[in-house]
Design a protein around this ligand. Sequence first.
Ligand code: PMP
Length: 342
Amino acid sequence: MNVSHNERGKKIYDNILQCIGHTPLVRMNRIPQAYGLECEIYAKCEFMNPGGSIKDRISYTMVQEAEHAGLAKPGTRFVEPTSGNTGIGVSLTAAVCGYDCTIITPDKNSDEKMSTMHLLGSEIIQTPAMAHHEDPDSFVSITKRLLDENPHAMSMNQYSNPVNPLTHYEHTAEEILDSLGHVDMFVMGSGTGGTVTGVGRKLKEKCPGCIIVTVDPQGSIIYGEGEPVLYFVEGIGGDFVPDVLDKSVIDKVVKPNDYQSFNMSREIIRKEGLLCGGSSGAITYSAIEAAKEYKLGRGKKVVVILPDGIRNYMTKFVSDQWMEANLFQEPPERDFLWWKRC
Ligand code: PMP
């Protein structure tokens, strides 16, 4: 890392990419108590990354790897299929390093993510969220087509790039171990599956008996069969099993629904002051379920990842009106007669 220090010993970074990772690990206090848990729950606050999510980590390492391999060079255009956060991470890296970037993303993903990528200078193509990955209109098919058409285009290919899980094996997991020394349970949702695979592998090596839990939203078929059904939580689940996901590291899968996920995100924000996103609620909900099932008692340590933050969802689950309109929350009792009493 190219970090210099000023005359008072304070760090000065060469650019914002140097600030990726080393995110805070914060103990949750009121949530475990509210659900009658005796174990400790620690939140790895990935929303504190410069681009606002855990995907900054792999975006930067995948670009670095592509540069070392001579695949990314001046004039290269990155073409990325993503649920949005890798799009922000790759757009951020492209903006700082001077690459062009096209992001292909399903249309269920938030406008806030689109605006961020747009302002970072990326071209954005939205695809129908329910198009099966083999459908010519799906985000995977459109990416393939763009790559075939443009000789200067390349994809980081996060769904099959080994750098994705390796980054979490070498960095994210090491940071958690550095902070806690020992972990009894680790919980993370599967999008590409890169985080749960990389962190899970390292924790299984270093903390024998550590239980690895993943989260697959109701409607997703990464763990299970049948037809995928539309759900609103962003960044986790899907209609195919990514190459980088190693299911052998996973001990348990929890399948929360949107109602449980969004209400838990709101509870985390209100009770812990952790300004997290929607998948964080799904992950914490699943951690509570799994901790109860495995009867984790006093002194046991559970780590949850909070993959992204509130910023991406200001017009979605953060809004009372959106929660009510989608039946995730009862409308408050409104006093329609107030004006008579004035
Ligand atoms: N949560 C959010 C909000 C995400 O954007 C992602 C990445 N798609 C994940 C969780 C899952 O991370 P991974 O791709 O490492 O499985």
